[in-house]
Design a protein around this ligand. Structure first.
Ligand code: IMP
Length: 419
């Protein structure tokens, strides 16, 4: 396998964790490049469920290097808990590497996020409450605390002083320097063995001809630049985020694959043109167990959106697609697929860049016959019902890219390689 990027092609929750776990077998390292513990990547092995918030989803494969890049925002409390949990379940965490340049999510980031969401009222984003937005705000405002700072008492003291003063003046928050200092220095001591220059590590791996997999979190439509702003996360989950979030040049990337669900879901607020309100939405939610793995919130469900797929292909330069959760559609009589939007009297085939249009456009659907057969037991692509094959073909046509892999169930083995 070559150096490959895996990104979400929709609004996140496409099932990337399982795909990364599958592809990790074929590579030497798996690297997270953006986001933080807002992610919840799920891998099910022999009915045992693992949810990864910060640790790359390759960790279940011994000997694979799992790297948290500089573009990730790290809540050390959550990372340490994740390491401890894995160890207590018999999983070795020796090959974990944490960028010294990654930014730290502090408890006050959660508090700021709570205040900001409260202030937005009806217009709230519906965040995961993990402090992600405020942590990235501090990074861009150049007052962020970075992983390496947890190893240096003097630097951390100075940075905390500046931040606590700022929090007092702007948010009226009075926080104790001493408590925060000792707590975060202790986290630094616990994480010290994992902290390194991960940009250099990835560079060396590539120089040795090793294969690296880049694990995107969230999805294309949640990208802070290219998503449905302001209803987005605060990082770049699209393929472009790999270069800045790891510290490698674009010439080092060989392939970009998108993961999409066979339908669409979204958590939190914001536009969602193909959302289904009613019975079928409930069927998808229940059959697909569509509840957030980080927050437990029910996900909004909708029909597959070809306009969104074309957009993801364009923004990420997708070479191919991995489609998940086809089996969730098994019981439906009719399945709709959105091929364009109608806005006033216009037909739009490309995702519009203005928020006003998302709110007002209506999906134009093509209706297809459901296959009404259990696909979850299918092990060879040629044994898929022909109506399911027709549905996959239609998705490929809409996106203009081939589907390489198909997931038909939550277990590690429920995957079909397509011709
Ligand atoms: P934040 O990333 O917590 O700031 O949340 C911003 C938006 O991104 C909200 O709509 C969240 O529901 C959404 N979001 C963040 N992380 C994920 C994810 O891993 N899957 C799906 N949605 C996410």
């Amino acid at each position: 396998m070559s150096n490959t990027v895996i990104v979400g092609a929709q609004w996140g929750d496409e099932g990337k964790g399982k795909i990364i776990d599958f592809l990790a077998k074929k590579v030497d390292a798996v690297v997270r490049f953006q986001g933080g513990s807002n992610a919840g990547h799920t891998v099910v092995v022999n009915n045992e469920k693992f949810i990864f918030h910060l640790i790359p989803s390759g960790i279940l494969h011994p000997g694979k290097k799992c790297i948290i890049g500089n573009g990730v925002v790290v809540d050390p409390k959550i990372l340490i808990a994740e390491i401890e949990d894995l160890k207590s379940r018999g999983i070795k965490v020796d090959d974990l590497y944490l960028s010294s340049q990654a930014h730290i999510v502090m408890p006050y980031h959660m508090e700021i996020e709570r205040l900001e969401e409260e202030q937005r009222g009806e217009g709230k984003i519906g965040t995961t409450k993990r402090g992600i937005g405020p942590a990235y705000t501090d990074k861009i405002a150049r007052r962020g605390i970075r992983v390496a700072d947890l190893l240096e008492r003097e630097t951390l003291t100075q940075k905390l002083k500046i931040n606590l003063e700022f929090l007092k003046n702007f948010y009226g928050l009075n926080l104790s320097l001493k408590n925060a200092l000792e707590e975060y220095l202790q986290y630094g001591r616990k994480l010290k063995r994992y902290i390194t220059d991960t940009s250099m590590l990835v560079y060396e791996l590539m120089r040795e001809g090793k294969n690296v997999l880049f694990e995107g979190a969230q999805g294309t439509l949640l990208d802070v630049d290219h998503g449905t702003y302001p209803y987005v996360t605060s990082s770049n989950p699209t393929a472009g985020g790999v270069c800045t979030g790891v510290g490698i040049g674009p010439t080092r990337i060989d392939k970009v694959l998108g993961v999409a669900k066979a339908y669409v879901t979204r958590v939190g607020e914001g536009p969602f043109p193909t959302e289904i309100k009613g019975e079928i939405g409930e069927i998808l939610k229940n059959r697909g167990k569509e509840y957030g793995s980080t927050t437990g919130r029910p996900r909004r469900c909708g029909w597959f959106d070809g306009v969104v797929l074309r957009y993801a292909v364009r923004i990420n330069g997708l070479d191919g697609l991995i489609l998940t959760k086809l089996d969730v559609l098994d019981t439906l009589d009719k399945i709709k697929i959105c091929v364009a939007y109608k806005y006033k009297h216009q037909v739009i085939r490309e995702f519009p860049s203005q928020p006003r249009i998302w709110q007002e456009c209506e999906p134009i659907y093509e209706e297809m016959e459901g296959w009404k057969e259990d696909t979850s037991k299918v092990t060879r692509s040629k044994d898929l019902p022909w109506k399911a094959k027709k549905y996959l073909k239609k998705i490929e046509e809409e996106g203009g890219v081939p589907i390489h892999l198909l997931s038909v169930g939550p277990q590690r083995g429920d995957l079909l390689v397509l011709d």
